[in-house]
Design a protein around this ligand. Structure first.
Ligand SMILES: Nc1ncnc2c1ncn2[C@@H]1O[C@H](COP(=O)(O)OP(=O)(O)OP(=O)(O)O)[C@@H](O)[C@H]1O
Ligand SMILES: [Mg+2]
Length: 295
C-alpha cells in the first residue's frame, strides 16, 4: 500500500451489447444532442464483473467515458459505486472484464505500465481522508514526494499552487481539524490534483455539504475540467449536481446486480423507462415541482 495516497485511473469506453434486458442505453445521437461531450473515448469499462470473494456485487458493467466528460456513477447505497471506482483505479481486480485508458488495458497491463498509468490519475476517496497529523500543504505534497524527484521547497510551492486553485490560498499551514468540512473537501480535491492528473476520481465529493457549498464545488469541478482538460468520474447521490454538471452517467441497479442505464442524466430523466432509474432521477423533478408550487 502506498503511504496513504492511492492514485487512480479513469476512462470508460465501452459499448458491447448488453445481455440484461432491463438495461437501457440512451441513443448516442440523442445523448450528443442533449449535451453529452462529443469526443474521443478516454475510459472504457468492458463487461466488468466485480466481487468480494464469492459474493458478486455487479455483473457485466460496461460503458465509455469520453475525454472531458463529467461522468457520474449513480445508484442506491450498497449497489457498488465505490467498488466500481476502486476497480477503475486498480485497487480491486475484476473477476471478469477489463478497464482501458486511451485504448490500453489497465487491468491487463504489467506493473510498470500500470504505474505509469496510475501517475495520470487523481483520486479523492469517500470520506475525504486527509491525514490529520499533516498540514494541508504536507498532505498535498505527499504524492509529489512519492511520484516525483522534486525537492521539499518545490513540493511546497506546488502544494500552495494547488491549494490556491481550490480557494485555499493562505491555508497551507493549517491542519485538517482547523478548517471546515467544505474546506476539507476542497483540500482533498487539491491533493487529487497534485500530480496534474488527466483523470480525476471523486467518491461522494459533496456529501455532508450544504447546498451552496455543494454548488460551489460543482463550479470548481467544471473549472477544473475546462482549464485542465481532465476527464472527471464522480460517485454521487446529489441529483442537483448530477443534472447540472453531468455529461454522462451509469446507474448501478442493486436489484439486478448490473447496470440499468447509461447516458446523459438529463436525457435519462426524459427517456429512461426503467422504473428504478426513473424513480431515482425524478426525486429532483418532484422536489422542483413542489418548490414551484410552494414558492
Ligand atoms: N471490502 C469489502 N469486503 C466485502 N464486501 C464489501 C467490501 N466493500 C464493500 N462491500 C460490499 O459490496 C457492496 C457494494 O459496496 P460499495 O461500498 O461499493 O457500495 P456503494 O454503492 O459505494 O454504497 P454507498 O452509497 O453507501 O457508499 C455492498 O454490499 C458492500 O457491503
Ligand atoms: Mg460508496
Amino acid at each position: 500500500m502506498r503511504s496513504g495516497y492511492d492514485p487512480a485511473p479513469t476512462r470508460i469506453y465501452l459499448i458491447a451489447s448488453m445481455t440484461d434486458t432491463q438495461a437501457t442505453i440512451a441513443a448516442p445521437a440523442r445523448q450528443a444532442a442533449d449535451g453529452q461531450t462529443p469526443g474521443k473515448p478516454h475510459i472504457e469499462v468492458r463487461s466488468l464483473t466485480m466481487a468480494y470473494d464469492s459474493v458478486v456485487v455487479m455483473r457485466n458493467v460496461h460503458f465509455t467515458v469520453n475525454r472531458g466528460d463529467i461522468f457520474f456513477i449513480v445508484g442506491p447505497s450498497g449497489s457498488g459505486k465505490s467498488t466500481l471506482m476502486r476497480h477503475m483505479i486498480g485497487l480491486n481486480e475484476p473477476v471478469e472484464g477489463e478497464v482501458l485508458y486511451d485504448g490500453v488495458s489497465f487491468t491487463r497491463a504489467d506493473a510498470d505500465t500500470r504505474d505509469a498509468m496510475l501517475r495520470n490519475f487523481g483520486v479523492s476517496y469517500q470520506g475525504g481522508a486527509l491525514f490529520s497529523s499533516m498540514t494541508l500543504a504536507e498532505n498535498i505534497a505527499m504524492p509529489l514526494a512519492e511520484y516525483t524527484d522534486l525537492n521539499h521547497a518545490e513540493r511546497m510551492e506546488i502544494a500552495a499552487l494547488k491549494l490556491s486553485w481550490v480557494g485555499l490560498k493562505g491555508f497551507e499551514d493549517y491542519y485538517p481539524s482547523e478548517i471546515s468540512g467544505g474546506m476539507q473537501k476542497r483540500a482533498a480535491l487539491a491533493r487529487a490534483l497534485a500530480l496534474d492528473p488527466d483523470v480525476l476520481f471523486f467518491d461522494e465529493p459533496s456529501s455532508g455539504l450544504d447546498p451552496v457549498s455543494s454548488s460551489l464545488l460543482d463550479d470548481l469541478i467544471l473549472q477544473l475540467r475546462d482549464n485542465l482538460g481532465a476527464t472527471i468520474v464522480i460517485v454521487s447521490h446529489e441529483l442537483p449536481s448530477i443534472f447540472r454538471i453531468g455529461t454522462n452517467s451509469v446507474y448501478l441497479d442493486v436489484e439486478t446486480r448490473t447496470q440499468a442505464a447509461v447516458g446523459n442524466p438529463r436525457y435519462l430523466l426524459e427517456h429512461c423507462d426503467n422504473p428504478r432509474v426513473h424513480s431515482f432521477l425524478t426525486r429532483r423533478a418532484q422536489f422542483e415541482r413542489s418548490a414551484r408550487n410552494h414558492g
